[in-house]
Write a protein that binds this ligand. Structure first.
Ligand code: IMP
Ligand code: MG
Length: 188
C-alpha cells in the first residue's frame, strides 16, 4: 500500500518535540491569565490550526469558549501566499472578552493582521495571539505575537494540521515533502 509517509522528505519537528513544546506553551499561556475567572475566548483559524488547537486546549486549565474563522491564503498546488481573504466565521460574542487568537503558522502575517483587526473591532477586553510556527525571516517585525512555539527557516512544511493542496494535515509531525511533489512556486 502506498502511504502518504512515502511523500515525506524529512521530519523537521518530531511528535515528541511538538508535544513537549505545546505543553510548555499551555503553561506560558495559562500564566498570562492569572485573574481571569470568567476565562478566555479562543478564536482559531481553520483548518491548519485544528491539530495544534486540540492538543493545546486539553493542556489549558482555563474556562474557555471557542470560535472558528476560515481565511484562505494558499490556493491549490502553490506554496506562494496569495494574500489573506476572509471566508467565514462561527464566533461567540467577543465584546469585553479576553480573546486569544490561535494560528498554525505565521509567514507574511497577512492572515493574522486580518484576524487581529476583525477581533479588535468587536470590542474585546484584551487580545493576544499564539502561533505554533513562525518563519523568522518572513514574519514582519511589527506584527504582535505573544506566544510562539517554534521559529523555523523559510521552508514549506506540512503535517500537524498544515496542508499542501489539502493533503498531509494528518501527519503527526512537521515535515518537508519531497521536492518533486511541489508543483508550483517556492518550496524548500
Ligand atoms: P500568512 O498569512 O502569510 O502569515 O500565512 C499564514 C497562513 O498560510 C497559515 O495560516 C497557513 O495556513 C499558510 N501557510 C504558511 N506557510 C505555510 C507552510 O509552510 N505550510 C503550510 N501552510 C502554510
Ligand atoms: Mg492557516
Amino acid at each position: 500500500m502506498a502511504t502518504m509517509r512515502e511523500d515525506v522528505d524529512r521530519i523537521v519537528i518530531s511528535e515528541r518535540t511538538l508535544a513537549e513544546r505545546v505543553a510548555d506553551m499551555a503553561r506560558e499561556i495559562a500564566g498570562g491569565y492569572p485573574d481571569t475567572g470568567e476565562g478566555i475566548t479562543i478564536v482559531t483559524i481553520l483548518a491548519g490550526s485544528l491539530v495544534f488547537l486540540s492538543d493545546l486546549i486539553r493542556r489549558l486549565p482555563l474556562r474557555m469558549r471557542i470560535g472558528l474563522i476560515t481565511v484562505s491564503s494558499y490556493a491549490g498546488k502553490t506554496t506562494l501566499s496569495s494574500g489573506a481573504t476572509f471566508e467565514s466565521a462561527i464566533l461567540p460574542d467577543l465584546c469585553n472578552r479576553h480573546v486569544l487568537i490561535v494560528d498554525d503558522i505565521l509567514e507574511t502575517g497577512g492572515t493574522l493582521r486580518l484576524v487581529q483587526s476583525q477581533v479588535g473591532a468587536a470590542g474585546p477586553r484584551s487580545v493576544k495571539t499564539a502561533v505554533l510556527l513562525r518563519k523568522t525571516s518572513r514574519a514582519p517585525k511589527d506584527l504582535k505575537v505573544d506566544y510562539v512555539g517554534f521559529d523555523i527557516d523559510d521552508l514549506f512544511v506540512v503535517g500537524y494540521g498544515l496542508d499542501y493542496d489539502g493533503l498531509y494535515r494528518n501527519l503527526p509531525y512537521i515535515a518537508v515533502l519531497k521536492t518533486e511533489l511541489y508543483q508550483a512556486g517556492r518550496h524548500v
